[in-house]
Design a protein around this ligand. Sequence first.
Ligand code: BMP
Length: 259
Amino acid sequence: DRLKLSFEKRIPFTKNLVATELLKIMSSKQTTLCVAADLTNSTDILNLAEQVGPHICALKTHIDIVDDFHENLLKPLKEIADRHNFILFEDRKFADIGKTVELQYSKGVYKISSWAKLVTAHSLCGKGVLDAIKGAEGLENRGVFLLAELSAAGNLIDEAYVKKTLKLAEEYPELIVGLVSQNPLTNNPGLLQLTPGVQIDTKSDNLGQQYNSPEIIVLEKGADIAVVGRGITQSNQPAVAALNYKNILWQAYLNRIKQ
Ligand code: BMP
């Protein structure tokens, strides 16, 4: 059962090298925290990465919201990620025909495949998206988190869509690192559950985002990795806030795997 196994014991079940790396980082740094660096200024992103770096397993970006984006952002960002041992994760949510996804993933201003070991993809468009990511130029080791559920109020995903997403994930074990979901959908110890919509003391924003507490998402909703954005980025002391989320999440995980 995925929920009762330690991250270390789950490593042999993964068939993707980024998943293996992620599980090793989570175990050694004792963190399941992924910070969503949803900031629109390059310097702010670098400062945030430096501050929260020691406490995270991955930094999730929306690179297309950066006002002053220049490829010069990527070198220092990679350097910070290497030094603090976390993974760069572009939340691109690919959803188009395979050929277009191939171009969006590897070309254009952002050349995502050259720096992000992890990306997200919607299952909506089917296999072509995953074949495109698999075959495109870029980093040798790459992994995909497939979106199975959303934290957005009123989203159109239903039970059948979730089931079909799970089936698609199982067809690409060498590419799929895990699922983005709000509930425990699989017992496969080789798949990681990434859960956004996490904040302490806040239940929603004014645009449909829905939050659960760190304890609830780990103990009741099955999260392995928690995505926290504004709960940390809007804090006066992001490093302190990140450490606090990290500690609460890790304790909840220890309680979950306790026999
Ligand atoms: P925040 O914690 O500030 O609400 O940010 C959540 C982050 O997770 C955002 O970057 C958003 O794009 C992402 N996300 C989400 O909120 N819900 C989902 O279902 C999937 C997401 O990727």
